[in-house]
Design a protein around this ligand. Structure first.
Ligand code: WTA
Length: 704
């Protein structure tokens, strides 16, 4: 970092002022039935009992062979949990529930078209489907423990069936969110070295039967360009026997799962006993630099962690009907639709489509119809439901005891609507802060024991000790009103093991910044750097401000500026590109692109459309920018770095900050005039920003 960039305001130096919110207390009825209602649990998980306290989570699982060492920290930061133990994740999520709950629903699936029946898959049925698909993966595809398989699957029960079939064999699955493009999927196939792709012909989204198989062909083409070839593509069909895609099947490569499965009817595969340390799955996520990184999660540590947090924070009991409306294509769905709830033997609801399709009452009709009592979603969805149907929940006869919010900061006002209207003043709320890398929640409230505070996630969860650090590694004191970098002082069982294939990048991204001694074998010297800015109130509750590392959180989805920029640069006319976040009332942040053209090209709508298209193709429609601004020259430092904070300020109608470090400050006014007059003409002006949001925009781009 050059001195001129050092003068920029960094997240860790910002003082944040907001109104302290009042506590809300859980209803007595909730406390009476809560899994954690005795405060003794807080002592059991106190720092002096770390790491042994996590035995309690591990004991929620059935081990084939019990472990001998809780935490092996002999090779930091490559932590090993429950060393010596052996278990199978599919056995833990299915087989062990059969004796008592064979014919209880494991999965309730709501298709998007309302005229299609809800599908109930009992634990017994799930057992058979998983065994048959595991037999197919093993005997038809030749897969064995340690191999990787990429999934590009939508929200259908065949996705958890595929995940659990892999887990049964010790095969590592890597699910790519169905909304991502074929090219993104291809990149992940190549990075993970998967020889098999599991996909679906089509699925419903906003009333339309989307052709999905077409993306498989694009994925394979991209993987091929990267030097990697897929041997087999397994295509589940939305309607078995009826192909819902226009793309031809490739002879010898593509197979309909429903046809091949006929040979595996009734097959049983014994669960392969895996070491606790064996990877269970990869989940790719964006960072500030380079390509998405494959977060590698373990079998024993991860499963213990999601079972423990599902039990105490989601308050899941086996008799609950639990609905998490996230997508299984994200970590939230892996941990809190599939692995956590099924490990505890509850009923988990999966909904195929859009929460507001065909109208704002849809989610509440599903909740009423299925008797959902635990509900889990993201602030973007809450904002959307509130905007489209503020009075809808009252019209439906459902009763939640518990609700979760995850993925983005929630505005206190939105929180109160969630609590009063969606929760009908009967439900507790847990605001859960965590990341793809973390496996499970890191900051939240124990719902029966700790009061809620709108807009704050709460303290560190059981056995997790967060700290806010300034740029120099000093602790920022609670109640100081100063923001800093959110870090975790200790390892926990759900943490990623590494970035797949890139151990040095793993160390660098999460540990380099604050490691006190690279040779130390003491975990206390290795705080985990989360990449979020946060403030700690005097009561120990954390308020998360957002990313400090040039990742833009759009509707709870992480988009790396680098990925957006490299996608834009695939357009031949584009010379330079910069992505910036713009505050959006519904989706938290949206993306705007600034591009400059190579000599000889004139700005045109055609070129900006090409940029949008390139982003959709390379990443997916979720990354589509709100605007693409073609500028003559980007504001740059003397060392040639694009000053993203300056253009971010323009897009957000905030102060562009100090311009004295720019080599070409004269371009700023021209850009401001061009962008802001066009936005004003379209009525595209963001609402008034909070001080914390202004600070975020000011600091944007300083992480590089
Ligand atoms: C943000 C999603 C505020 C944060 C589980 C984090 C949150 C990123 C919250 C991770 C929350 C997640 N309050 N911000 N409760 N939860 N975030 O990897 O910036 O998709 O770093 O994991 O989302 O996003 P990811």
């Amino acid at each position: 970092m050059s001195t001129e960039e050092e003068q920029q305001v960094s997240e860790a130096q910002i003082a944040v002022h907001w109104r302290e919110e009042e506590f809300y207390y859980p209803p007595a009825k909730f406390i009476g039935q809560a899994n954690a209602s005795d405060p003794a649990i807080l002592d059991r998980f106190s720092e002096e009992n770390f790491p042994e306290c996590f035995k309690e989570f591990a004991d929620l699982l059935s081990w084939d062979h019990y472990w001998h060492t809780t935490l092996d920290s002999s090779n930091p930061p490559f932590w090993k949990w429950f060393v010596g133990g052996k278990l199978n994740a599919s056995y833990n999520c299915i087989d062990r529930h059969l004796e008592k709950n064979r014919n209880k629903s494991a999965i309730l699936w709501a298709p998007e078209p309302e005229n299609e029946e809800i599908k109930s898959i009992t634990y017994q049925e799930l057992y058979h489907q998983v065994n048959e698909f595991a037999a197919l993966l093993r005997d038809f595809c030749g897969l064995k423990a340690g191999d990787r398989v990429t999934f590009h699957m939508p929200m259908v029960p065949e996705l958890p069936v595929s995940m659990l079939a892999c887990a049964r064999l010790g095969v590592i699955h890597s699910e790519v969110f169905a909304g991502f493009s074929g090219a993104s999927c291809g990149g992940r196939i190549a990075d993970s070295g998967s020889h098999v792709l599991v996909t679906m012909d089509s699925y419903y989204r906003s009333g339309e039967l989307v052709d999905h198989k077409v993306k498989a062909d694009e994925a394979i083409a991209t993987a091929h360009e990267l030097g990697f070839d897929i041997a087999k593509v397994l295509v589940w069909r939305r309607y078995p026997g009826k192909y819902g895609s226009k793309t031809p099947m490739v002879e010898g490569r593509d197979f309909f799962v429903d046809e091949v499965l006929k040979d595996f009817k009734g097959k049983i595969v014994s669960p392969v006993s895996m070491p606790a340390e064996a990877p269970l799955f990869l989940m790719y996520t964006s960072g500030s630099t380079g390509k998405p990184k494959g977060c590698q999660h373990s079998t024993g540590g991860y499963l213990s962690y999601v079972a423990g947090t599902s039990k105490y924070y989601q308050d899941i009991h086996p008799e609950d009907t639990y609905w998490c409306m996230a997508d299984i294509g994200w970590i939230t769905g892996h941990s809190y639709i599939v692995y956590g709830p099924l490990a505890l033997g509850t009923t988990t609801v999966i909904y195929e489509g859009v929460p507001t399709y065909p109208d704002a009452g849809r989610a509440w009709r599903i909740a009423e119809r299925l008797g959902v009592n635990i509900f889990h979603t993201a602030p973007t969805t809450i904002r959307m439901l509130r905007k489209l149907g503020p009075d809808e929940p009252a019209k439906h006869n459902y009763h939640f005891k518990h609700m979760t919010t995850v993925g983005e900061p929630i505005e206190p006002e939105v929180w109160r609507w969630y609590h009063d209207v969606v929760g009908k003043n009967e439900a507790v709320i847990v605001d859960t802060w965590w990341q793809t890398e973390n496996g499970g929640f890191l900051g939240s409230t124990l719902p029966g024991l700790q009061p809620m505070k709108p807009g704050s996630c709460g303290p560190g969860v059981l056995g997790v000790f967060p700290v806010i650090m300034d740029e120099d590694g000093n602790e920022v004191e609670a109640g100081s009103g100063r923001a800093g970098n959110m870090c975790i002082r200790n390892p926990w069982p759900g943490i990623l093991q590494t970035i797949y294939g890139q151990p040095e990048r793993f160390v660098q991204v999460y540990y380099e910044k604050y490691c006190k001694d690279r040779n130390s074998k003491d975990w206390r010297d290795w705080p985990y750097f989360a990449g979020d800015g946060a403030v700690k109130a005097a009561d120990g509750y954390f308020r998360i401000l957002g990313r400090v590392d040039d990742v833009i959180n759009v509707a709870g989805h992480r988009l790396g500026t680098k990925e957006l920029e490299s996608a834009s640069l695939t357009v031949p006319e584009i010379a330079e590109a910069a992505a910036v976040p713009v505050v959006d009332e519904l989706r938290g942040r949206i993306v705007e692109m600034y591009v400059s053209l190579k000599p000889g090209f004139q700005p045109s709508k055609e070129i900006s459309d090409k940029v949008t298209k390139a982003i959709e193709t390379e990443i997916g429609k979720i990354a589509r920018p709100k605007n693409v601004w073609i500028v003559q020259d980007m504001p740059k430092t003397r060392s040639g770095k694009i000053m993203r904070r300056v253009i971010a300020g323009i897009s957000n109608f905030t102060d562009a900050g100090d311009l004295t470090t720019l080599a070409n400050a004269e371009v700023v006014e021209g850009i401001r005039h061009h962008v802001q007059s066009e936005k004003l003409a379209k009525g595209d002006v963001p609402r008034e920003l909070s001080p914390a949001e202004i600070d975020e925009i000011k600091a944007f781009g300083s992480a590089e």
